[in-house]
Design a protein around this ligand. Sequence first.
Ligand code: GDP
Ligand code: IMO
Ligand code: MG
Length: 441
Amino acid sequence: MPPSGRAGLPARAPTRVADSRDVPATVIVGAQWGDEGKGKIVDLLAEHCDLVCRYNGGPNAGHKIVADGETYKVQHIPSGVLRGKECVIGAGCVIDPAVLVDELDYLAGRGVHIDRLHLSTNAHVIMPWHVAIDQGVERRLGKLKIGTTKRGIGPTYADKAFRLGIRVQDLLDPKILRQKLEVALAEKNVWLERVYGAAPLELEELAARYENYAQRLRPYITDTSLLVDRALRDGKAVLLEGAHATLLDLDHGTYPFVTSSTTIAGGAAPGIGIGPTRIDEVVGVAKAYVTRVGEGPFPTEIEGPDQERLRELGGEFGTVTGRERRCGWLDLVALRYAARLNGFTSLALTKLDVLSAFAEIPVCVRYLLPDGSETADFPAHQSDFHHCRPVYETLPGWREPLGDELPPAAKAYVELVERELEVEVSLVGTGAERERVVALG
Ligand code: GDP
Ligand code: IMO
Ligand code: MG
């Protein structure tokens, strides 16, 4: 007979949620406009973790990781895969099966173990019409375009919100898939032909192609919410990897020049299917300067030859599209905003070595607004942000390569960031290779 509890109900054993606080679920999130070096930091921290989970986005993300002299590229699969860790693609992600299958083949071909990957039944599938519509919308927008990666991200998340999406679990049942394809094509082909002047898609060909993808992906598809919850209850250390970055967040980023998912740390819980109370740490990843791919306002974008210089020194060309990344000086107003939105418990500052070439390094500490006032807080109104001018503090450079011991001027640069953000910088990137990182204590 179980002991009696309140209102005569049987008392239940307390859940073990409290125990799981002992072992961290850590979010890793980009603090700027992407390409901060999240892949490298995830790869680094994954060494001491059991499970690495991606919570948002799709093949618009691209991470380069340099290990043992080899460069690897990942788009869909969490960067922890290179450490042979169990990896999860969560419900908050959108999957292009063609890209994912290619990525699996690419990694397997390079000797990386891919059999410990798990793909959420609830993730949405990027279909060919999403890619065609993404391209068509950008074409029609002309000068007003977003500068998307043209991978179908926006249209896929739009159909998800519209409740018309096709999910990974739909791939597993040919009858359901065919029915969904039929319904979708009846509408999408009209849009493709009449609005975007694109070729219509053919039902039989699509059904056969996606049935093939289903066979390839079937072994990986599972209930990833349950899997991550069990891992946490078993005391495993879990990394939750965010794609893109804070200023590309759909709600809080520089809308409309954003991506279509929740990129910030708070999105990790719904994107994976765990409660927010399971998350202990939030590691922000910021470049020691700023880059942006695509259109949109960028207050600290450099005018003049230093832009080109920074791009060449930092190798700032897109991992997904090969586009030139726009380059600018570190923006502490935007970074403070990122600290507010994500609640960083620490920060990794990457690519500090790239700044070694500069005798003086401007850092934006405030914005000058169109009304003549200055602010240290990120403007809430887009017009203020579009028209603000950066107010710089100029720091002396260190003009020497960075090793394990940072020179005083480099230390001062890091300390300015810590002071302005009130967040500790725990890691400093000093080169692309896996081991080129300084841990600050
Ligand atoms: P992610 O999307 O945030 O993972 O970043 P990307 O991989 O798209 O872009 C970051 C680039 O910087 C990659 O080519 C990395 O190899 C490189 N990188 C990462 N950290 C460092 C660093 O500390 N120094 C230098 N020089 N390169 C770095
Ligand atoms: P990682 O994870 C840099 C940008 C695109 C475009 C905007 C919308 O590698 O840091 P989308 O295709 O998502 O609809 O494009 O968002 N963007 C990124 N920029 N790094 C990324 O990912 C990005 N993901 C999206 O360039 O401006
Ligand atoms: Mg990238």
